[in-house]
Design a binder for this molecule. Sequence first.
Ligand code: TRP
Length: 449
Amino acid sequence: MSQRGQFSSKAGFIMAAAGSAVGLGNIWGFPTQAASHGGAAFVLVYLIAAFLMAYPALMAELIIGRHARANVVSALGRANPRPAVRLLGRFTGYYGVAIASLILSFYAIVAGWMLAHLGQPIATALGADSVGQWLSGDSHSRNLLGAATFSAITIAVVSQGVEQGIEKWSSRLMPLLIAILLLLIGYVFTREGAVEGLRVYLLPDLARATDPKLILNATGQAFFSLSLGVGTMLIYGSYLSREENLPRIGAWVTLIDVSIAFIAGLLIIPALYVAQAQGVTIFDDSGQLIAGPSLILQVLPSLFTSMGDIGLVIAAAFFGLMSIAALTSSISMLEVPVSCAVEQTGAGRARITLLVGAIIFALSSLIIFNFEPLFGWVIELTTVYSQPLLGMIFCLFAGWAYHRNTLLEEIKQGDDCQIEQQLFWKIWPFYVRFICPLLICACLIQSLL
Ligand code: TRP
């Protein structure tokens, strides 16, 4: 037997999987989507989408992964002995590996901006104003250095392996992330304008809750946020001990992800309104709340600057928070191609991680030098089209390619409370066969129109 990595404990797994799920999508994506789509109406629909759609799909990945104990290409390739299904499985696996790598290539650029903005207040506090200006400006050199630094940290963690790298760092960083988040919320609520922001975030515009566009956005956000569709959760599941109760552990990960997204909204939206009270513009020309990169890269930094010296501390805390969230997610993305290459070639993890990481950094550089045509296109190709498509195929594999009893037996392992009697057992198989694929298909058609 080769020595496959394994998470050392349930808590370690939950930290790593929740670390993967909690990322820029939660702290940046979710609050701004909520603010521009009817506040609490979006939050409500998101909650329903997360538990009714994303959770069953997450379970499909975790169950396939733990059953196969292999990377995504081998796992799907072995689901069913029929040659056509094997071929489709391997093809889907490689597609997932490619998409995970592409997601990392743009994610590393954005995370590099976070690192640079984390360095800026530190440089300013040390009196190196010109360095601070360079870090918060927008230049190829700054973007390259940011992405390179972030990629190097990601590579360093992943090359240490599952337990010593991914689990150890996720378990250290996740509590820190929650602590910084709560402290920042506490601070923002001492400032004028925060309550107005809270109203916008939490007052439901219930008429919009049935808007199909809102439902689709919420579903897409839930899929991105739970890192679904590219084999991330599958590979994490493959490192999980047979003794753990999968449905319960998956529910914990979903709950943590949703809660942190919701709590991040209590920071970002009130902070925007605090900025407005300071005279910073927070609406774009069409009267919509600014939601794109300028929200994080201009609006919030203007707010921090207006706060004087304490603003330096707050800025460092905020961009530290963003960098941590990004790192625990990026390691899960890199693990997808790395696990595949290690298991297919038998080469050493450290060397493979460096090689794969370097290739992905080369892609990031390509995007940095051709930002206008490539950046938006890569995001759209990966998150809008490929992730839902792959998520759908994963569900179809779990529902149809495996023999029904194979996966149900897998769920039974580590079950201490007679799962046959439970709701999960009764509805999940039906869900992954019919409901999830159909709903994802509806989302895809809508995004193509
Ligand atoms: N879920 C993370 C976020 O919310 C991003 C992420 C991590 C991801 N791994 C992924 C997205 C795999 C898609 C696929 O930011």
